[in-house]
Design a protein around this ligand. Structure first.
Ligand code: GDP
Ligand code: MG
Length: 384
């Protein structure tokens, strides 16, 4: 017969049993909790309409990753009318320095030399350039001297008309996005690092897709893998494919592959993003020349857009001049006008380079690119 056990034995056994049951229940609950968190996370990802984070690249470096602002979901490009109204407001809010200067001019008791000097200084400060500023002030003085500025509405009309004249409404600003003989149009995008090439390629693809065109991107900036990643992220965001090569691959061969793929797939437009290294002029000339030669073997380049960052002023203009000398630029895209009070650069760049501004960039979002028109631009500048 088994001898009766000490009661403490039964107490210890009881405590152990309770502890084991507790641990078991705890484990079950924990696993369930983790599953629930996992389920919720999966649902969040599936239902999220937020675009993928875009690598933010500036001056050739990967600075930070942050989600794009204000990018609508893929299937809903903003309607052109609301997009243009919104962009015009953005231009007005940052650029109406000229409107204020005109206000000062109009409200001055006497239009003496000091008042005109102040006005002239504001125009030069907005990067209009000395030549165009002198021209504008001379014309205004002549036109307004007749009856002074006792008619502010007229003064505003005169300034508006003079500025439109400077921005030159007669230039052809059409984007050459139609290829000949059934071939795709090929748009090459060039410019210094950080001016906004990759971003503009993405925004432009968005505009073309919204117009019902089929588009392919070519990542001919092969110096950093991050550059092609950034372009591909844009491609995914706007729903177009990106042709890319290995890091360090020959940019010209990637451009060539992109054009070939565009021909094979029968797309309407191939947009080629390039690197903007500006080591020296002959280096740049070699590189862009080679891209041009190789890319155009099967389809000609229909448009070469040069990016200019509006916040860099005269320095940007000097760089733009170099690009214009080494390659055949057909249009300017002026980026970052949203953060600049230097809209006058439009006039200078067109005069200096003899090339029309075709688009302006007014933000980092996918719909923040506007076609340039002289009238619309001056309306924005004057806050109208
Ligand atoms: P890239 O080196 O010429 O390809 O320049 P990116 O396209 O990488 O642009 C450089 C930086 O400028 C990025 O942070 C962009 O988001 C920003 N950027 C480009 N265009 C605009 C614009 O029109 N407005 C503003 N505010 N930022 C812009
Ligand atoms: Mg780039």
């Amino acid at each position: 017969m088994i001898p009766p056990l000490d009661p403490t034995f039964w107490i210890i056994l009881g405590v152990l049993a309770v502890a084991l049951v507790g641990i078991g229940v705890g484990l079950v609950l924990r696993v369930r909790g983790l599953r629930e968190i996992e389920r919720r996370e999966r649902e969040r990802v599936l239902t999220s309409t937020a675009p993928p984070a875009e690598p933010q690249v500036h001056e050739g470096e990967l600075v930070e990753e942050r989600p794009a602002r204000g990018a609508p979901p893929l299937d809903a490009p903003e309607a052109p009318a609301t997009r243009l109204a919104r962009l015009r407001r953005r231009l007005a809010s940052s650029n109406n320095v000229l409107a204020r200067a005109l206000g000062d001019l109009i409200s001055a008791d006497r239009l003496d030399a000091d008042v005109w000097d102040d006005f002239e200084a504001t125009l030069i400060g907005s990067d209009l350039g000395v030549g165009p500023t002198t021209e504008l002030v001379d014309n205004l003085r002549r036109e307004l001297a007749i009856d002074g500025v006792n008619d502010p509405a007229r003064a505003r009309r005169v300034l508006h008309a003079e500025l439109v004249k400077l921005a030159d409404p007669t230039l052809d600003r059409e984007l050459y996005d139609t290829g000949a003989n059934g071939l795709p149009a090929v748009v090459l995008v060039v410019g210094v690092n950080g001016t906004g090439k990759t971003t503009t390629v993405g925004k432009l693809a968005r505009v073309l897709v919204a117009e019902g065109k089929t588009v392919l991107l070519g990542a001919a900036d092969t110096f950093r893998a991050a550059a092609a990643d950034q372009l591909e992220t844009w491609g995914n965001r706007v729903g177009v494919e990106t042709i890319r090569g290995a890091e360090g691959a020959d940019p010209a061969s990637v451009a060539h592959e992109a054009v070939n793929a565009g021909i094979e797939r029968g797309v309407d437009v191939v947009l080629i993003d390039t690197a903007g290294r500006l080591h020296n002029k002959s280096n740049l000339m070699d590189e862009l020349g080679k891209i041009r030669r190789v890319a155009t073997r099967r389809a000609p380049i229909t448009e070469c857009l040069l990016l200019l960052d509006a916040t860099t002023g005269q320095n940007g203009l000097v760089q733009a001049r170099v690009f214009n000398e080494v390659t055949d630029v057909t249009g300017i895209v002026l980026s970052k006008l949203d953060g600049s009070a230097k809209g006058g650069i439009v006039v200078q760049v067109q005069r200096e380079l003899g090339v029309p501004v075709k688009f302006i960039g007014l933000g980092e979002g996918v719909d923040d690119l506007a076609p340039f028109t002289a009238e619309g631009f001056v309306d924005g500048l004057l806050g109208e």
